[in-house]
Design a protein around this ligand. Structure first.
Ligand code: EPU
Length: 422
């Protein structure tokens, strides 16, 4: 199985202007769910464009713990083999390391009729419950018992139902999709999440023989089938990695081409970055961007897709912390997702937290400092901010960045950023 090297520190020095081309890899948040979906049918799967990152290794370990095999082929594709019999259990050690492990709940109930999945705990975003996953699956006939820190689920055969989500949760929509494909009759998910990763999962399931319509819209209709089969699939490009490099060029200045990135998955971000003065243009196979000498202040607020992604906000806050003027940034998706702000403040950013809003007074330059990455995007945002920080920034707990980005440091260095692992 692929392994990523855990490191604990990154050193970043003032950089820019950046220039050149960055290859954008496959979407982490799609790849992880496609791997979970391999639980649904026996056979050999080939997943292309799966990033070689720690979270993919963790999902691989989870599948292996269930009796499946996962290996990286020489051509870079990930091969997953699902035998006839698997152990339907996601142990605490893996769920605790990566919340996306709970994506196996729906496929296990659909394919095996039972699931034992550790209850995901809190994390740096706050409590992050999975109540909508459970109540949605209950509507399809599953029953749950929560004992000794485990969710014990059962379902003889799931049956289609209409599920109305209170909120368009990405994880709940995905679990319902993966459960509904093998349920008897029709499942309708109303107020479904519309993220591109949902459409990618539906495309994968349809290749397997499922009948899913409407993924990417608020209403998804799933006509259950009796059987699915293993297939090959290519993962969509990572819109958060693309946004990270757009933020990097906005902070450091210069001109970049993001090879493979899809502008149609990044519309609001591109519009907001345009207001900051970054010129961005879609190309046949990617996105071109050119930064102004200094970005301009603008207001941003996160919302479920097609709104501005919560994963983009820390990166935009890094840009706005060096922008000309005052910006307001609002986080509407995850209540507690501002822990990186204190770290940016250590670098001289003038950011005030007011409930779920930030008031950011842009400064001309930041000042390098020791800081700590509290999660994947926070870590990436600190690296981005450090490109315009005088002196040296040491990002501690940088293994978080490796959970989400393949070759982040090499890609940054290749376009002229002064970043290294000490
Ligand atoms: N929520 C509930 N109950 C539920 C499910 C969600 O209250 O049963 C709440 C959450 O607490 C949160 C909101 O609904 O406040 C949105 O959560 P959602 O379920 O949409 O997010 P997720 O599936 O847990 C995925 C990504 C996140 C990304 C969010 C939002 C994966 C593995 N994770 O999380 O990505 O921020 O969608 O787009 O797909 C990352 O990549 O670093 C990352 C955190």
């Amino acid at each position: 199985m692929c392994e990523s090297v855990a490191v604990s520190q990154l050193v970043v020095r003032p950089s820019g202007p950046l220039s050149g081309e960055v290859p954008v890899g496959g979407a982490k948040n799609s790849a992880l769910k496609l791997m979970a979906a391999c639980v649904l049918a026996e056979g050999r799967y080939v997943l292309r464009n799966v990033p070689d990152i720690a979270d993919v290794a963790t999902m691989g370990q989870l599948l292996e713990a269930m009796g499946m095999s996962v290996r990286r082929r020489e051509d870079g594709a990930l091969e997953v083999v699902r035998p006839a019999v698997i152990t339907p259990e996601a142990p605490y050690e893996l769920v605790e390391r990566m919340r996306a492990s709970s994506a196996v709940l729906g496929p296990l109930l659909a394919a095996v009729g039972q699931a034992r999945v550790a209850i995901p705990g809190g994390d740096d975003f706050g409590s992050r419950p999975i109540d909508m996953h459970l109540s949605g699956l209950e509507s399809l006939g599953a029953t749950f018992e929560l004992t000794h820190g485990m969710i014990e689920g059962r379902a003889d055969r799931l049956r289609g139902a209409e599920v109305v989500l209170d909120y368009p949760s990405v994880g709940a929509t995905e679990n319902l999709l993966m459960a509904g494909v093998l349920a008897s009759g029709r499942t309708t998910v109303q107020n479904a999440a519309r993220e591109p990763e949902i459409a990618d999962l539906a495309a994968f399931l349809n290749r397997m023989g499922a009948r899913v319509l409407g993924a990417g819209s608020p209403t998804i209709t799933i006509d259950g089938v009796a059987e699915l089969r293993a297939v090959e699939h290519t993962v969509i490009p990572d819109r958060i990695e693309a946004a990270t490099f757009l933020a990097a060029v906005a902070v450091a200045g210069g001109e970049l081409t993001l090879r493979g990135a899809r502008a149609d998955h990044l519309e609001i971000l591109i519009e907001r970055m345009g207001r900051m003065g970054v010129r961005i243009s879609p190309e046949a196979d990617g996105i071109w961007a050119m930064a102004p000498a200094r970005p301009r202040a603008t207001d941003v607020a996160t919302l479920p897709y097609p709104g501005l992604a919560t994963d983009h906000l820390p990166l935009l806050v890094a840009v706005l912390s060096v922008a000309d003027g005052t910006s307001y940034a609002t986080e509407n998706v995850f209540a507690g997702r501002f822990r990186y702000v204190g770290e940016l403040a250590r670098m001289g950013a003038r950011v005030r937290v007011d409930g779920h809003h930030l008031v950011i007074d842009g400064v001309e330059r930041l000042s390098g400092a020791p800081v700590r990455a509290v999660d994947i995007r926070a870590g990436a945002a600190l690296v981005v901010a450090a490109l315009r920080a005088d002196g040296e920034t040491v990002v501690h707990d940088a293994e978080h960045v490796d959970r989400g980005y393949e070759g982040f440091i090499d890609k940054l260095r290749a376009v002229g950023a002064d970043v290294e692992r000490p």
